[in-house]
Design a protein around this ligand. Structure first.
Ligand SMILES: C[S@@+](CC[C@H](N)C(=O)[O-])C[C@H]1O[C@@H](n2cnc3c(N)ncnc32)[C@H](O)[C@@H]1O
Length: 283
């Protein structure tokens, strides 16, 4: 099947087929893979940090990094560096606002924008007073985010290696960053999210949704790589998040509405369990 070409990252073109990625027996955490033989050092910043990763990382991770490294400047030009009505409907922005309020009601604290790209959502949350930082797989995206938002903190990281302590996050946003992760690989993303959220911590996930179909783009943005995108099934995403131990408080589906959208969009709000002590017999 061929979609009409609307060449944008958030939604768009090319051949669609049912996803058939096998569940890997194990997925090596990036931390472990850094220690593996064959790791290579890549300078991630013009200042201090060095990030390493293994040659044995999953193919979709390496390809996603390659394509976004190649197209980071183009992305920032096309999509922008702030949340905008061209890419977020009023419902989408409202969901971001609800997430921000929920984090505050739960006591506030650090928020991580995971797969931050040029820092659009990071800046949105910073404007609402949160200590927020962004991580992304792509060093070029991180450089773009730092350039666009010099007062905010951005580091290289991945969906399966957030680089934060257990139970340390009051909130986490995954705004269209799971779209290149095969459905069968999302389990390790939810496990890492559950590990990092503090009790009562909130998560917001946004993505294009469908029946887990895979969209393939060859020579994506002139990178010479074939980038795959997935229209994740909303109920599968909810089930995966709950299987990891988080509680889903809302699942939202909306029809394609913006000019570039060719598929419905979905959003999930989830929460880490709060341990409530059992009622005392003494009254
Ligand atoms: C469509 S862009 C969205 C960027 C940003 N959230 C926004 O709203 O503009 C997808 C981003 O997710 C990042 N990404 C994809 N897979 C990732 C992974 N496994 N770990 C970390 N970042 C990832 C990409 O590098 C890219 O910057």
């Amino acid at each position: 099947m061929i979609e009409m070409v609307r060449p944008l990252w958030f939604d768009g073109p090319l051949a669609v087929s049912q996803s058939s990625w096998p569940e890997p027996a194990t997925i090596c955490p990036a931390v472990a893979s850094r220690q593996a033989a064959g790791s290579r050092n890549i300078s991630a910043t013009t200042t201090t940090s060095i990030h390493t990763w293994s040659m044995s990382e999953p193919e979709h991770v390496a390809v996603t990094r390659q394509v976004y490294d190649h197209s980071a400047a183009l992305y920032a030009e096309a999509v922008g560096t702030v949340v905008s009505p061209a890419f977020e409907t009023s419902l989408d922005t409202g969901i971001l606002e609800v997430f921000a309020k929920d984090v505050l009601i739960s006591g506030g604290g650090s928020v991580l924008d995971i797969g931050c790209g040029p820092g659009r959502v990071t800046a949105f949350l910073a404007d609402r007073g949160f200590p927020v930082s962004g991580i992304d797989l792509s060093p070029a995206m991180i450089e773009t985010a730092r350039h666009a938002h010099p007062s905010l903190q951005f580091e290289i990281g991945s969906l399966t290696d957030l680089g934060v302590a257990d139970r340390s996050l009051a909130g986490a946003v995954l705004w269209y960053s799971i779209i290149h992760t095969p459905p069968a690989r999302l389990g390790s993303v939810w496990t890492e999210l559950e590990r990092a959220l503090a009790p009562g911590g909130r998560a917001l996930i946004g993505f294009q949704s469908g029946d887990n179909e895979q969209i393939e783009r060859t020579d994506a943005y002139g990178s010479a790589a074939t980038l795959r995108r997935y229209h994740h099934d909303l109920d599968d995403v909810v089930a995966g998040i709950e299987a990891a131990g988080l509680t889903v408080s809302a699942k939202i589906w909306r029809a394609a509405e913006l000019g570039h959208e060719t598929t419905p969009q979905s959003f999930v709000l989830a929460q880490s369990f709060v341990l409530v002590p059992p009622p005392s017999d003494e009254a």
